[in-house]
Design a protein around this ligand. Structure first.
Ligand code: ADP
Ligand code: ASP
Ligand code: MG
Length: 436
C-alpha cells in the first residue's frame, strides 16, 4: 500500500502544525511520499509565505534588493528553532535570498516557499528531500510534459522509501523554474500519486473534507462523504477552492481515489473522491455541492430565425476567438444565444468586441450584462429526480433574487445560473438551505 500525502499551507504554517503533520505520517507507514505547500496563514491577518515571495520579486525588480525577505527568514528560523532541528537554515536562507535577487524571476521567487518548506519538513521527518525541479517538466507551451514527468517520477522515486517533495513548481523546457497557477501544490501531489502508482492520494487541509458549499458563505455546510471525479471537476472549476481544478487529471488516468482530510482533525473521515464506477449511490442525496465564481459578462444576442441561419453561433464565437478570449458558457434558445465570458479578459475591448459581433451577424438585439456571478449546483442525483431545477428557481424567487441566465449542462450533472455579483452569497445560501 502506498499513500501520497499533500499538506497545504495551513498545515505547514508553524511548528505546531508541522508536529501534527508528523503525527499523521507516523501513524501510517504507507504514507511514503509527502508533498508540501509553503507555510500559509497562521491567523486571519497573517500573510502567506508565497505572497511575501511575490512581494520580494517586486522589490528585486524595483530596487535590486528584497527587504521583505527578512520576514520570510524569521518565519523559517522560528519553525526550525521551535522544532529543535539540527540544520543550518541560515545558510540555506542566505543562498535562497541571493538566488532570488540573481534570478529576477517571479516563478523562481514564489517557488522557494515550497522548496524551503520541504527542506525543513524532510529534516524533521527524517525523510529524503527530492526536488520537484528534477521531477516535473513543462513543455514549450507551458503545459505539463506528462511523459517526461511520469518517467522522472518513476525512475527518481523508484526504491525511495520515504520522501518529501516541494509542491507548486517544476522546470520549463529551458530548464528554468516554473510554477503552476496558485494552489498548484494539489497538482504536484496528484502527479506524484500517479507516478508512484499510489493506492490513495490524501490531500490534507484545514477543513474536514469537501463541503457542500464554501464554509465562509454557509458556516453550517455539511461534508460531502463521497464525490465522483466528474462532480469534483465541475465544483472545483466553478470555484470550490479546496482543491485546484486541474489536480484531478493526473489521478484520473490512474483511477486513484483522493481523500480530502483535516490535518487538525485527522480522525474525521473527510471526503472520498472516486471514479464514477466506484461511486456508491446514495439515494438521499439530490445535490452534491454548490460552487460559484464572481465577475462574468454576458453578451445576450437575439435574432429572428437564428436557428435556421447556418453557422450563426460559429460566426459569433469566431469573433470572440479572434480576440483570444476563452468562452465560459454558451446557453442558447431558439432565437437567442448568450456568450458568457470572464470579465477580466474584456478590459478595454468589450465595446469593440460587441461592435464586431454586430457587424458579423447582424442581430436584431444585443444586450451586455456585466458584474454577473455564476453559481453551479452539481450532483449525479439530479438526473434521476424531477423538480430539482424548479426547487432552485422557486427558492430564489421567494428570496427575491433575480436570475439573469440559466444553463443546464447536457450531462444533467449541473445547473448553472447567473445572478448579480451583489446576490452571490445570498444565492448560494438560499440554494443550500432549500435542499438541507
Ligand atoms: P490548502 O492551503 O490546505 O491547500 P486551501 O485554502 O487551498 O487549503 O483550501 C481549503 C479552503 O477552501 C478552506 O479553508 C475553505 O475556506 C475553502 N473552501 C471553499 N469552498 C470549499 C468547499 N466547498 N469545501 C471546503 N472548503 C472550501
Ligand atoms: N503556495 C502556493 C500558493 O499559495 C501553492 C499552494 O499552496 O498550493 O498558491
Ligand atoms: Mg490549496
Amino acid at each position: 500500500m502506498i499513500k501520497v500525502c499533500k499538506f497545504g499551507g495551513t498545515s505547514m504554517a508553524d511548528a505546531n502544525a508541522i508536529r501534527q503533520v508528523k503525527a499523521i505520517i507516523d501513524a501510517d507507514k504507507s504514507r511514503k511520499f509527502v508533498v508540501v505547500s509553503a507555510p500559509g496563514k497562521r491567523n486571519k491577518n497573517d500573510i502567506k509565505i508565497t505572497d511575501m515571495l511575490y512581494k520580494c520579486y517586486g522589490e528585486v525588480v524595483a530596487t535590486g534588493k528584497c527587504e521583505s525577505f527578512a520576514v520570510i527568514r524569521s518565519r523559517f528560523e522560528e519553525i526550525v528553532s521551535d522544532l529543535e532541528l539540527d540544520c543550518d537554515i541560515t545558510a540555506v536562507l542566505d543562498r535562497t535570498e541571493k538566488e532570488i535577487i540573481e534570478n529576477k524571476s517571479a516563478d523562481f521567487a514564489a517557488s522557494r516557499g515550497e522548496y524551503l518548506s520541504a527542506y525543513v519538513t524532510a529534516n524533521y521527518l527524517g525523510a529524503k528531500f527530492v526536488d520537484a525541479a528534477d521531477l516535473i517538466r513543462f513543455d514549450s507551451k507551458g503545459k505539463l510534459n506528462e511523459e517526461y514527468t511520469d518517467d522522472k517520477v518513476k525512475t527518481i522515486l523508484d526504491g525511495v522509501e520515504f520522501a518529501v517533495i516541494p509542491g507548486f513548481f517544476g522546470k520549463d523546457s529551458f530548464g528554468k523554474i516554473k510554477t503552476f497557477s496558485r494552489g498548484g501544490s494539489d497538482i504536484t501531489g496528484s502527479i506524484i500519486a500517479r507516478g508512484v502508482k499510489a493506492d490513495l492520494y490524501e490531500n490534507w487541509t484545514d477543513v474536514s473534507g469537501f463541503l457542500v458549499c464554501d464554509p465562509r458563505i454557509v458556516p453550517e455546510a455539511k461534508t460531502i462523504k463521497q464525490l465522483t471525479y466528474k462532480e469534483l471537476r465541475e465544483l472545483s472549476y466553478m470555484g470550490a477552492s479546496v482543491l485546484h481544478s486541474e489536480a484531478i487529471f493526473p489521478v484520473m488516468k490512474g483511477k486513484i481515489p483522493i481523500n480530502i482530510k483535516n490535518t487538525f482533525k485527522p480522525e474525521d473521515a473527510g471526503t472520498m473522491i472516486v471514479p464514477n464506477e466506484m461511486h456508491k449511490e446514495d439515494n438521499e442525496t439530490i445535490i452534491t455541492g454548490i460552487a460559484g465564481k464572481k465577475d462574468f459578462t454576458v453578451i445576450y444576442i437575439e435574432k429572428s430565425m437564428m436557428n435556421a441561419e447556418v453557422g450563426f453561433i460559429r460566426k459569433v464565437l469566431s469573433v470572440v476567438e479572434h480576440y483570444g478570449i476563452c468562452v465560459e458558457h454558451v446557453p442558447s434558445g431558439i432565437d437567442t444565444v448568450s456568450i458568457i465570458l470572464a470579465s477580466d479578459q474584456l478590459e478595454g475591448i468589450l465595446s469593440d468586441l460587441v461592435s464586431e459581433i454586430r457587424e458579423n451577424v447582424n442581430p436584431d438585439y444585443v444586450h451586455v450584462i456585466e458584474n454577473v456571478s455564476l453559481i453551479a449546483t452539481v450532483g449525479h442525483g439530479m438526473a434521476k429526480r424531477s423538480g430539482t431545477a424548479a426547487k432552485i428557481f422557486s427558492s430564489l424567487a421567494e428570496k427575491g433574487i433575480n436570475i439573469k441566465m440559466i444553463d443546464q449542462g447536457s450531462s444533467e450533472l449541473n445547473i448553472i445560473i447567473g445572478v448579480a455579483n451583489s446576490d452571490y452569497e445570498d444565492c448560494i445560501r438560499t440554494i443550500y438551505r432549500a435542499f438541507n
